[in-house]
Design a protein around this ligand. Sequence first.
Ligand SMILES: Cc1cc2nc3c(=O)[nH]c(=O)nc-3n(C[C@H](O)[C@H](O)[C@H](O)COP(=O)(O)OP(=O)(O)OC[C@H]3O[C@@H](n4cnc5c(N)ncnc54)[C@H](O)[C@@H]3O)c2cc1C
Ligand SMILES: *[C@@H]1O[C@H](CO)[C@@H](O)[C@H](O)[C@H]1NC(C)=O
Ligand SMILES: *[C@@H]1O[C@H](CO)[C@@H](O)[C@H](O)[C@H]1NC(C)=O
Ligand SMILES: *[C@@H]1O[C@H](CO)[C@@H](O)[C@H](O)[C@H]1NC(C)=O
Ligand SMILES: *[C@@H]1O[C@H](CO)[C@@H](O)[C@H](O)[C@H]1NC(C)=O
Ligand SMILES: *[C@@H]1O[C@H](CO)[C@@H](O)[C@H](O)[C@H]1NC(C)=O
Length: 601
Amino acid sequence: MRKSHFALTILSVLSAILLSNLYQDDKVFDYVIVGGGAAGSLMASRLSEDSSKTVLVLHRGTDDVCVACDDASAADPAYINAGLHSRNGADYFTSPQLFTQRNIREVRTNLPGGGTRIYGSINIPSSKNLIEKRWPEGLKYDVMLPYLNKLQDHFCHYLPFDVTNITEGECTTWHGKPQDVGMSISPPIPGPDHDFARDLFHGAEKYNITYVPDPWNPHYQSKGSYSWGTHSFHNRQDVKDVQSKRTRESAWTGYLPLSLREKRTNLVYQTQSEARSLIYLRDLLWYPVAALRLWTLPSSNDSEVRVVGVRYEKGGEFRVAFARKEVVLCAGVEGTPHFLQNNGIGPADLLHRLDIPVVVDNPHVGQGIAAHQAVTMVFSAKKAIPVRPGNDASQARMLLSSPLNKGYPDMEIELFLGFPVSQLESASSGYDPLFFTTPSTDGSYPHASVLVEVVDPQWRGSINVTSSVFHSPSQVDYGWPRDAGSYAASEDYQKLSYGFKLIRDIFLGNNSFAEQHIESEIVPGGPERDFMHAAQVQHDIYHLTGGMNIGKATDLKGAVRGLSGLSVCDGGLVPHPPNGNPTTTILALCEYVADQIKAKV
Ligand SMILES: Cc1cc2nc3c(=O)[nH]c(=O)nc-3n(C[C@H](O)[C@H](O)[C@H](O)COP(=O)(O)OP(=O)(O)OC[C@H]3O[C@@H](n4cnc5c(N)ncnc54)[C@H](O)[C@@H]3O)c2cc1C
Ligand SMILES: *[C@@H]1O[C@H](CO)[C@@H](O)[C@H](O)[C@H]1NC(C)=O
Ligand SMILES: *[C@@H]1O[C@H](CO)[C@@H](O)[C@H](O)[C@H]1NC(C)=O
Ligand SMILES: *[C@@H]1O[C@H](CO)[C@@H](O)[C@H](O)[C@H]1NC(C)=O
Ligand SMILES: *[C@@H]1O[C@H](CO)[C@@H](O)[C@H](O)[C@H]1NC(C)=O
Ligand SMILES: *[C@@H]1O[C@H](CO)[C@@H](O)[C@H](O)[C@H]1NC(C)=O
């Protein structure tokens, strides 16, 4: 009696679940993309090119907020500080870093387009030598070049040689023809935008820093130390007129403009939808209707766990979406490992410690992250430096080869004129935000801020979940040394020291630039302060990559090892930190991965 009653209860519970699943929002697509940020926007655009394929993007943020976002300068602190507390905030903090034990803030956003909605639009590829030496076999420069070219709209295609200094042959070899994505660089003439930057280029020549017309050309990339004008998604009003108004372009406006989204009825970009777990082939018992519609699933590798969909949260409710072909994770450097580890895909020892059932032991998930290190120097200028609204605030850039370089430039110098550099590290309390507090009446500042960066860092860190609860923050660790002695002795600190010295020579030395423009050094204030200054203000400059390294956590096509039907593309996939701002390299790699996913039967 009791037994049959129990069985009946079980049966009715089971049928209630089955019934509710029948009527659930069980949508079946060819592709489901998790995260519609920089890489996710590209992936959505590429996978929906074929109108016979349906694509769903699950994106966690909202699509309203800043109407003028794509016109806004990333320099506006309102955007950078919008992160943490607004509903589109996705910021997180690292675990205590260095011997100063600081929790360093990583600025992120849940706006569609992700980081590229608030970023500096600096567009520079990894050097050829870096890709040749550090990327896995089978994924070298000749593989990447067509993709690096593809995401350009380079001015060499419509401005004459006497303006560009780039020959027709060089243009065809290293640059793409104008495409939908208007990613380009600001022409060198009449730029750089301000005589301060121009004089710096000339003043720097005697320090063996060459001004190059084309930093995408490997000939210049391997030269050692060079500077160039600002690079950006420029979206120039009139392409032939270098003076015409530029606006920033994000991956969102570049790859998924409204006009395209309106045309692609096979593409659904769904906001306020947070992916929470994966659905496997074996779970399909619970989704009979979807199972029927998924019967065309390609045959799977029996020794791998087959992913068939995603469970996500929208408006407090859980829903499901199924993928006939592939689920693609584009949730970002932190988001993707967080999602995977939380779902039992990651290093088994970590998952065991947290009582998360292991689905796949993939020891590379969340491991091997790399942070570009950045330390500021501030100089007072002899006269106020005008801030140009509409133009990118940073007007000059250099890649340098330190004496410890490994065959490609390993340092980057970013010059910020009128940019509140102190705000990049607002997580660090007690640090005096003095840099740009006294603008002149026209809004300009008598200061130049210089970021000295180590872009080929020796250290690797990790992103590890800290509990099985989905919203518990991950532990983000850069892997920097935790004692002063190791830090001082490290190769990376030697590189920083070299950078400080070089910048002092240029800004305070015997040269026409220093003479004309620079009053004095304010920060750090002298070589004797370099060490503590570096330890106190060093941060990551939001150029985190790795953690899903291609060839390690995934195969060479971006497919997560140990599962089928699951691929990744975002900053985490980059196998070695790019020696410049990362997004160009990330997007080129994702173009390649999109082709691999499309080519699967
Ligand atoms: C202030 C700032 C300035 C920068 N300047 C430059 C620059 O000048 N040049 C350059 O090259 N790079 C720059 N960057 C870096 C650039 O923004 C990143 O490299 C790029 O955005 C990384 O792309 P991504 O697709 O990996 O991640 P993101 O763009 O961060 O996209 C990931 C998205 O996934 C979503 N997501 C996460 N988890 C889930 C989930 N479970 N469900 C649904 N959605 C989810 C998030 O909302 C997020 O929007 C800058 C970054 C910042 C913050
Ligand atoms: C082009 O290159 C030549 C030779 O290197 C140089 O003299 C000239 O200044 C360059 N022009 C521009 C516009 O950069
Ligand atoms: C520039 O390079 C030359 C030739 O290699 C070298 O002699 C000189 O010391 C270098 N100057 C600086 C400032 O590094
Ligand atoms: C993250 O987990 C991995 C796997 O257990 C471990 O090797 C690594 O040290 C962890 N990272 C930190 C910072 O503890
Ligand atoms: C500064 O440089 C100029 C020319 O490069 C040189 O003639 C002069 O002696 C230098 N002055 C000092 C103090 O080194
Ligand atoms: C099936 O998956 C296993 C484990 O990932 C892998 O070693 C094997 O090569 C795969 N077989 C095929 C035919 O892809």
